[in-house]
Design a binder for this molecule. Structure first.
Ligand code: BT5
Length: 280
């Protein structure tokens, strides 16, 4: 006799709201199902949603990645949300938003006992404790700038693979927290706890960065470099238009650009200028 798989528990919206209530400037909209939380949050931003509105989908059915790519996660196994921010910073500082987000997610997962790092610019990777392969992608970040009647807003979208099993991974380069740590118990993989932790860390990290001016960006850059798996690697960056840049990634500069030593000298690439960055 085969037993039916145990149903996955839904997000605990009441517990999430209780955590949000303790954090200034976080308001939550939690949906059982939504197409793309980034799209919903962008609509809310255009309609005047305040800084700190968070749209959460228990199951996201039409998730978006960068450059029209898609983000796929099964019901009950992932964290998917988008936060509306209204950063009052010069345009040159905006590229730090996706880096700050990826770095914050990686730190939050590290704090929960996962071996997480960030692949420049903002993919979050996790090493699998029982395999020696390269770390794989456990979370994706999509930050979009939206023009609204009260000024530009940033929609910060985060997807984290929590409980996906091997046969649920959408691509071979993906992994999940459950696969990364086969010893993890239900509490380690509690989506509500993970989401609450990431939301508060993101709000606090963003507020500290916003309030701290240039010194805070320098601190963020130093912390980002320390947690960035790309630095030190041979990489190949695919550029829009078909060009490539190959060399050793040596640094992330104070503008958030990747510094690559190529055969022709030192080059810098911005996150918006690359289609893919892969180990060469
Ligand atoms: C990203 O794009 O990594 C950004 C993903 C952002 C998703 C969040 S979920 C909440 C919010 N609402 C949205 O609609 N989106 C955001 P990119 O770097 O372009 O990577 C996309 C590629 O990752 C795909 O082409 C696949 O190869 C791969 N992929 C798709 N689903 C994945 C998953 N669950 N885990 C790992 N890789 C995945």
């Amino acid at each position: 006799m085969t037993s039916a798989p145990t149903p996955r528990p839904p997000l605990d919206a009441a517990r999430l709201r209780a955590v949000a209530d303790l954090t200034p400037d976080l308001t939550l909209e939690v949906y059982d199902e939504a197409g793309s939380t980034n799209q919903l949050a962008a609509e809310r931003a255009r309609d005047g949603a305040p800084d700190g509105l968070v749209v959460v989908a228990d199951h996201q059915t039409a998730g978006r990645g960068r450059l029209d790519r898609s983000w796929e996660t099964p019901a009950g196994a992932a964290v998917t949300f988008s936060m509306v921010l209204r950063p009052d910073v010069p345009a040159a500082s905006w590229p730090w938003l996706p880096l700050l987000t990826g770095h914050t997610v990686a730190k939050a997962l590290t704090g929960r006992g996962f071996d997480a790092s960030v692949k420049w610019p903002n993919d979050v990777l996790v090493a699998e404790s029982n395999r020696s392969d390269a770390p794989r992608k456990v979370a994706g970040i999509l930050v979009e700038r939206v023009e609204t009647p009260t000024g530009p807003a940033a929609v910060v979208g985060v997807g984290i693979n929590v409980a996906l099993e091997d046969d649920e991974l959408p691509v071979p380069t993906a992994t999940s927290l459950a696969l990364a740590r086969p010893d993890a118990d239900d509490a380690d993989l509690d989506r509500t706890e993970i989401l609450a932790g990431v939301l508060t860390a993101l709000r606090e990290g963003y507020d500290a960065w916003l309030a701290g001016g240039e010194p805070a960006t320098a601190r963020l850059a130093a912390s980002y470099r320390a947690g960035c798996a790309t630095i030190g690697q041979q990489v190949r960056a695919d550029l829009p238009g078909g060009g490539t840049l190959t060399g050793r990634a040596v640094d992330v500069d104070d503008q958030g650009m990747l510094v690559v030593e190529t055969a022709d000298g030192t080059e810098r690439v911005g996150a918006g200028d690359v289609v893919h960055v892969r180990p060469a």
